[in-house]
Design a protein around this ligand. Sequence first.
Ligand SMILES: [Zn+2]
Length: 329
Amino acid sequence: MAQHFLLSSKAKTLTLAHVFRMTDTEAEAMFRQVRWPSTDGAPVCPECGGLDAYECRRHTGALRFRCKACKADFTVTSGTLFASHKMPLKAYLAAIAIFCNEVKGKSMLALSRDLGLSYKTAFVLCHKMREAMAEEMRGRVVGGEGKVAETDGGYFGGYVKPANHREDRKDRRFSRNQNGKRQCVVIVRERNGNSVPAVFKSEGSALSWIKSHVAKETILNADEAPSWNDLHARFEMRRINHQESYSEGETCTNWAESYFSRLRRAEVGIHHHVAGPYLLRYAQEASWREDNRRVDNGNQVRRVTTLALGHKPSVDFSGYWQRHITSQA
Ligand SMILES: [Zn+2]
């Protein structure tokens, strides 16, 4: 049997030990390269685009530049997802490496213990990394001529604890006994390709989103749930009845099931609660991890860093603690 990718040496190209052995200058150089690749790491003013800036460190020694043209002060993260960064750059790199190494997700409490951060800092940092990952799937359409894709839905959140005494318990299958917080993650995933998730009230309300994120010529696989019936008008559909079998030849939703397996394990084993306004971000994180599962960890870290530094300041968190998230991407 072929060796599992994560056991092979190809999967391991960056260690945390390597990150911690880096000097501050080396970490700065790496961030500068990722932020300003066109000038080979030389600073570009985010205010006026000027190329003439000089180093003007803070009294703490933290790297900062001053633009000769417009006199603006800026850092290597100004105008990016990591804007107004408080920790040393090396700590960001370590956090990204730790985050990427956990294939099902990283507990934010554990990250705060790993790096000596407050829980809030670890929470915001992890959500910014999720936001960076989500940037990669913005506007993505899967499938196409001769391509096969799968779709499926999974329900998260809205847990209602059963009452202690049997006579007080209610049948939680009825919507009147639910709390209305349950949401449905719907995934579209191309076989041997990429995926995109989104969050809805139910599978049935995802249909127009599916139509706009799967190319029309795609052969689309789905299970027997009647919510998918309307998709036949748009796609060549293959349906698999899970009551009878999990696959019939090429007809199956196993790629979509693998995605939910990862997200469900993140919910049950790591975060314990992926719901409410942040559910979409967890869903996007699982999608990114699933699509990049054969990418070595060094390149994963580079990808996330590049996405974060190429992304405008956070839409979810703008430098302060707020329980607010924008609607679906
Ligand atoms: Zn300037």
